[in-house]
Design a protein. Structure first.
Length: 318
């Protein structure tokens, strides 16, 4: 069996061949062909978030998971067909939800300006709206992405894992043209949402022969997580909120890391390298600095392109 390092190396070559920073993207891409595109997407996101407060976190995570595989090409939205298991059915994506929000926006856009707005652009706009509706900053989203035709669950192994250390995180982000600054800023997206026990179980029990609990985790925090995630847990959706204000986009995530209350190993790992450590302290002390950095990094990440068509249905290739 090929080692993870070999698999990662092969996938890095694939990434370099199919991904590019979207030089063709522009802020006014739909100005003449579909001038109401932004508003239509925003309306769909608002309607869904009004009924379900977990929608914004789901849309943000969906966009991130999309961009990290083959670029921001909406491959995460494709359904499995025949013998092909799509990304959304890969293990890291099984808890993703709110795909209907993109479907609703696409349906209205197809009525208003058929065949014009890509599913990838809808998802990028929806992620921005998710942040705004959660109390975060807004920004103009560059548009003009195309939708991809390939979606493979086997490639989701390349998504950054909750158990990654700082070296693995740096490698994962750099393969996509993203810096350490982007790593720390985008990790702040963990200020929204919920995580299942399986994502952090290894930190709170039988961590190592020398320690039952990860020594980088606050002992009282670990104890509270063990109560939420008992041994032989049979509660389907047991887990923990990502931070103390899981529906509000703020900088509490960084403050909790400084208290050794980062939920994932990959969160706490940000303290283990001088540059990322400094950025955690900076963002913990200044929400404004975090907001600025997050916007810059979101624009950078969402400008990684790789698609080929404008899908009529976001769940299927044309």
């Amino acid at each position: 069996m090929a080692s993870f390092a070999v698999l990662f190396s092969h996938f890095a070559i694939l990434l370099l061949s199919v991904l590019s920073l979207g030089s063709s993207l522009s802020l006014d891409y739909y100005e003449k062909t579909c001038p109401g595109a932004d508003f239509i997407v925003t309306k769909a996101v608002r309607a869904a978030a009004y009924k379900d407060k977990t929608v914004p976190a789901a849309l943000l995570r969906m966009h991130f998971h999309d961009c990290f595989i083959r670029g921001c090409d909406a491959s995460i939205l494709l359904n499995s067909v025949g013998n092909n298991i799509a990304e959304k059915d890969g293990p890291p994506n099984l808890s993703l939800h709110s795909f209907f929000v993109i479907d609703n926006a696409k349906k209205e856009l197809e009525s208003y300006c058929p065949g014009v707005v890509s599913c990838a652009d809808i998802l990028a706009l929806a992620a921005r709206d998710a942040i705004v509706l959660s109390g975060g900053p807004t920004w103009d989203v560059p548009k003009g992405r195309k939708d991809g035709r390939i979606s493979k669950a086997s490639e989701t192994i390349q998504l950054p894992s909750p158990s990654f250390n700082i070296s693995q995180l740096q490698q994962s982000f750099s393969q996509r043209g993203l810096s350490l600054d982007d790593l720390v800023a985008l990790s702040g997206g963990h200020t929204l949402g919920f995580a299942h026990c399986s994502s952090f179980q290894g930190r709170i029990r039988n961590f190592s022969p020398a320690s039952n609990v990860d020594p980088e985790m606050n002992p009282s925090f670990a104890a509270s997580l063990r109560n939420m995630c008992p041994v032989n847990n049979k509660v389907k959706n047991a887990g923990s909120n990502m931070d103390t204000s899981p529906t509000t986009f703020d900088n509490n995530y960084y403050r909790l890391i400084l208290q050794k209350k980062g939920l994932f190993s990959s969160d706490q790992a940000l303290l283990n390298f001088p540059k990322t450590n400094n950025l955690v302290y900076k963002f913990a002390s200044s929400k404004e600095a975090f907001n600025r950095a997050f916007v810059n990094s979101m624009i950078k990440m969402s400008s990684i392109t790789g698609g080929q068509e404008i899908r009529k249905n976001c769940r299927a290739v044309n």
